[in-house]
Design a protein around this ligand. Structure first.
Ligand SMILES: C[S@@+](CC[C@H](N)C(=O)[O-])C[C@H]1O[C@@H](n2cnc3c(N)ncnc32)[C@H](O)[C@@H]1O
Length: 221
């Protein structure tokens, strides 16, 4: 079964990930999001949910953490594996594992010290966001940070090259900044110490979009 046939119709992105065309398709890691983990000791282990090729797992492992990266797509996992092998000496580690984080039961994992989900769940309708948030909380030890990056106000730009089109999902969900923040607030009020920060992001090939990203952090109970 191809990975495309297992993906929901609100999800377009990543299916066409090709490291030879756009190796850094999702742009640089966001400093605000990385900052959320700075309180953890370097012996901590972090689960990166739908972690892709390791945009966050790489800097987190470089900072000394042990990162378990869950993703459904072989192309992303292959690149994550290569990135894991290229970590400098003395770094932590990245363990890429193939899992469908929406459909699979993830309760076989021992709880992690922290969890992260970026570049993914804001494409989904609210009920799916709620379910994944609950899974992330269950994957995280009490007192551990649960971090979500949520892109809102996504605006596709005109490309200078007329043959290039912005990659967009047929039924992807578009949250305004206010809608995204309301949803995150309603979720994070179920756990402790929620903080939200805001940043602007601009992506080139193959997305050609700009967005206002909310980084949400709270602590599992
Ligand atoms: C846009 S990428 C973002 C990757 C990474 N989190 C980042 O911020 O760079 C979205 C990722 O979600 C993965 N994905 C999509 N559906 C998934 C699912 N049901 N289970 C696990 N991963 C999934 C894709 O394969 C892709 O790697």
């Amino acid at each position: 079964m191809s990975v495309e046939s297992t993906l929901p119709d609100w999800y377009p992105e990543g299916v066409v990930y090709d490291p030879t065309i756009a190796p850094d398709a999702y742009g640089p890691a966001n400093a605000r999001t990385l900052q959320c983990f700075s309180e953890l000791s370097t012996s901590s282990n972090i689960v990166d949910v739908a972690g892709g090729y390791g945009r966050y797992a790489v800097p987190l492992a470089e900072a000394g953490y042990t990162v378990t990266l869950l993703d459904i797509d072989e192309a992303h996992l292959d690149q994550a594996e290569l990135n894991a092998l290229s970590l400098p000496e003395g770094a932590g580690s990245i363990k890429p594992i193939k899992r469908d984080v929406l459909k699979d039961d993830l309760s076989d994992f021992e709880p992690f010290d922290a969890s992260l989900c970026t570049g993914f769940i804001y494409l989904a309708p609210e009920d799916v966001v709620q379910d994944l948030f609950a899974k992330m909380v269950s994957l995280t030890k009490p007192g551990g940070p649960v971090v979500i990056e949520f892109a809102t106000d996504r605006i596709r730009r005109q490309t200078s090259d007329a043959t290039s089109k912005s990659l967009i999902g047929r039924n992807e969900t578009l949250y305004s900044y206010e809608q995204g923040l309301d949803l995150l607030r309603s979720l994070y009020k179920m756990i402790g110490g929620a903080v939200f920060s805001r940043s602007s992001v601009r992506l080139n090939q193959p997305y050609y979009l700009r967005s206002t990203v909310i980084t949400a952090k709270g602590y599992a109970l």
